[in-house]
Design a protein around this ligand. Structure first.
Ligand code: AMP
Length: 219
């Protein structure tokens, strides 16, 4: 099965991707995580990306493309879920032709839709574990008591100004993907403004419908 999740920042893509990955034995490919990892390692790519990420802007496409292509290849062009890639029409075209060349087209694209006010509420209270990257929410999913408070941090791009910049960027550059994938018949819009479990069951309803089912049976 080869699927992609897209939607605004804070739509719950990472959370849902993680659940689906363990349910179906998929590899999660999150360009956001790959970029943060490169930043932590201090690689050339990470250093190039840093300024964009902390100010809430999209990283130049060519950098992300390299990361995403190698991760897809490492997954063997199958059994993967893309989280946060593609994020522009240009990236979608690259991805479509890359996958086509390996006869590994996507089976479905899940669009998690969530209103802006919910996104702002979610992101401003999101905290992450400095080492594991595990995500928490101060009200709904507080970090466990045995986790050292100094390990729980706020992502720099979850600061109010960066959130606003990310939302603007999303509207301008990522939202057009909705039409791109609607035209190819791959898109399924899922209401992401509910609890994790409810959103997951909505996604499952889509995955149980063809053509994704056929893909699952085929491996
Ligand atoms: P995320 O964890 O998916 O919210 O991504 C965090 C940040 O990484 C984004 O705000 C961008 O700066 C960068 N990023 C992640 N994925 C992409 C992408 N596909 N294209 C460009 N920038 C990206």
């Amino acid at each position: 099965m080869r699927i992609a999740l897209f939607g605004p920042p804070g739509a719950g893509k990472g959370t849902q991707a993680q659940i689906l990955a363990s349910e179906y034995g998929l590899v999660t490919i999150s360009t956001g995580n790959l970029i943060r990892e490169a930043m932590r390692e201090g690689s050339e790519l990470g250093e190039e990306a840093r300024g964009y990420v902390t100010s809430g802007q999209l990283v130049p496409g060519e950098l992300v493309r390299k990361l995403a292509d190698s991760a897809v290849a490492a997954a063997g062009f199958n059994k993967f879920i893309l989280d946060g890639y593609p994020r522009t029409i240009e990236q979608a075209r690259w991805l479509d032709s890359f996958l086509r060349a390996y006869k590994a087209e996507l089976h479905g694209v899940i669009f998690l839709s969530v209103p802006d006010e919910v996104i702002i509420r979610r992101l401003s209270k999101r905290r992450v574990h400095r080492v594991t990257g595990e995500s928490y929410h101060l009200d709904y999913l507080p970090p466990p008591r045995d986790v050292a408070p100094e390990d729980i941090v706020q992502r720099p791009d979850d600061q109010p100004e960066a959130i606003a910049a990310r939302l603007r960027g999303y509207r301008r550059e990522t939202e057009p993907l909705e039409n791109h994938y609607r035209e190819t018949g791959l898109l399924r819009e899922v209401n992401g403004d509910s609890s994790v479990d409810v959103v997951h069951s909505r996604i499952m309803r889509f995955l149980k419908s063809s053509p994704v089912t056929a893909a699952r049976k085929a491996g």
